[in-house]
Design a protein around this ligand. Sequence first.
Ligand SMILES: O=C(O)CCC(=O)C(=O)O
Ligand SMILES: [Fe+2]
Length: 305
Amino acid sequence: MPARPTLKTVPATAPIEEILAILHEDGAIVLSDFASEAEVDALNAKSKPFFDKQEAEGVAEHKIKGFRASNTTVFYDLIGEIPEDTSKLLQRKVWHQVMNEFLRHDQWEWYGKEKIARKGEYWLHTSIAYKVMPGAGAQMLHRDQGSTMIQRTGPESLTNMVSTFVAGCDVTAKNGGTHVIPGSHKWPQDRAPTPEECAIVEMKKAIWLGQIFHGAGPNVCDPSDPDALRIIYGLFACADHFRQGEATTLACKPEEYMKMTPEVLKLLGFYKSQNGSGHLKGKNPVDVWEGLQGYSGGEWKYVQA
Ligand SMILES: O=C(O)CCC(=O)C(=O)O
Ligand SMILES: [Fe+2]
């Protein structure tokens, strides 16, 4: 059997040209020292009650059946639950340099006889905390940008999402360090991933980025191992052309939304989309947003002019 590929690890302070060159070539990288020990300890302490709450509520469902491996707890909306610490992670220069490279797409169009060229921006798609416990199986291999539901056709397709994982513990092969396939961002779309092609990401207080095939590895630790729990924090950014023209979930007062039917609230963004996007804490915003507490919905009917 051919040897497993490996991922390159460089310090987060390495020259940006080096980091970008590796990302273009391999589609993934480990940046050591991306977050400090103190930052990670604070995140771990603050995330514990949210993991406990999620476990009490049961595993949040995912739009792709079986997407999450067993013995895995995730809570969504890390930015909403732990705003101060999470927003600091979103202020790293190197992170913005990477997003700038991969997610700002060029576009031009005719305006009259003039060709106007513009560059898009990026924004946060999702922020998620993961706790992967002993006994967790391997997660299905996937590309995160599949969740945008924009059809990838092959290596020529634009990168629409970049994923960042910050380790909350020593991530090892034994506790399920993520399996990733370097170079799979250049594959034709009809090539499926296989477990044998994966590199295993081992990292200590580090980060990796990628638009490539990957999935959580199995956690084969004994529960007594000091690093038996694999804690990671995922920050997913996407190109910002996935936006509405108007931010309709902010446009009205809660009492106005309360009077609207579910079908109208769906148009305004209070229900998850087919791909699961637009959720709040993993659920339909209509069910969890404070402003719509007690909403019971009206009966849908077409209104005649
Ligand atoms: O647990 C991991 O290492 C990766 C999780 C992942 O890829 C995902 O949920 O999209
Ligand atoms: Fe993923």
